[in-house]
Design a protein around this ligand. Structure first.
Ligand code: NAD
Length: 260
């Protein structure tokens, strides 16, 4: 479905981004992966994706907290492949803390990565997509782009911002074959979720197991974590030609969380 397409997936050395990069490569796209981590492990991931699916996969280690890094990721992709067809803004971080103790530098970092980086990659990619008359921008927002939970002020604010950015970009791309949509996962079992269990336990004064049962899974009527494979399949569909009329939406993938 995606052969001949060039896709950039931010934050794809782990978790949801890796699931999406894998699904894109399986669908025949050439993929630029991005993210932080151990260089050897990243190179293994890159070469496995390329070999498993017989497509070109490159790695760009741009730090997207830096606006210049975010723009360069897109510019380098266009320089290498001559185009950018699909942009997935997925890189994100979390911090859990009551607002009165919320570290200011965490607020700044979360807004920079979870919201502003999507602006910088999108503004840099947009002219190229418009000129081609075809483009797909997918923002991995969150159920927290639609509803809130306590102790996640920066994350919830940034993700609501991403949903607003998504709608605006959709309107600007509508006449040019460029769609922009937000995917809003509920809880997906990834390192990002694993790492917040401890702080959530502390903030709420409960145990780790109680966090999993009574906070995470309690939010989802399905009582199941969503999977990175499900999110990969959805990103492939939105990126296909069948997705051309779907734009400006914020689609929950959350086992019923925001329906409540
Ligand atoms: P993860 O921690 O597994 O992966 C995050 C990725 O972002 C990694 O590849 C990491 O290296 C990269 N990254 C971190 N800082 C970066 C930086 N400064 N520059 C470039 N890359 C950076 O997390 P995940 O759960 O896969 O989350 C991916 C996205 O999905 C995030 O935007 C997150 O908010 C969103 N999300 C996750 C869940 C969930 O339950 N896991 C739910 C809803 C939304």
């Amino acid at each position: 479905t995606l052969s001949g397409r060039v896709a950039v997936v931010t934050g794809s050395t782990s978790g949801i981004g890796l699931g999406i990069a894998n699904a894109f490569a399986a669908a025949g796209a050439e993929v630029v992966i991005n993210g932080l981590g151990d260089p050897e492990a990243i190179e293994q991931t890159r070469s496995r994706l390329a070999e498993d699916h017989g497509v070109a996969v490159t790695y760009d280690g741009a730090n997207l907290i830096d606006p210049v890094g975010a723009a360069m990721l897109v510019e380098n992709t266009i320089a290498t492949f001559g185009r950018i067809d699909i942009l997935v803004n997925n890189a994100g971080i979390q911090h859990v803390s009551p607002i009165e103790d919320f570290p200011v530098e965490k607020w700044d970092a979360i807004l920079a990565l979870n919201l502003s980086a999507a602006f910088h990659t999108t503004r840099t990619a947009f002219a190229s997509m418009k000129a081609a008359g075809w483009g797909r921008i997918i923002n991995v927002a969150s159920a927290h782009g639609l509803v809130a939970s306590p102790f996640k002020s920066a994350y919830v604010a940034a993700k609501h911002g991403v949903v607003g950015l998504t709608k605006t970009v959709a309107l600007e791309g509508a006449r040019h074959g460029v769609t922009c949509n937000a995917i809003c996962p509920g809880y997906v079992w990834t390192p990002l979720v694993e790492n917040q269990i401890e702080d959530t336990a502390k903030a709420r004064g409960i145990s780790r197991q109680e966090v999993i049962e009574n906070v995470l899974l309690a939010a989802q009527p399905s009582r199941k974590f969503a999977t990175v494979e499900e999110l990969g399949a959805l990103a492939v569909f939105l990126s296909s030609n069948a997705g051309q009329s779907i734009t400006g939406i914020a689609l929950p993938v959350d086992g019923g969380w925001v329906a409540q």
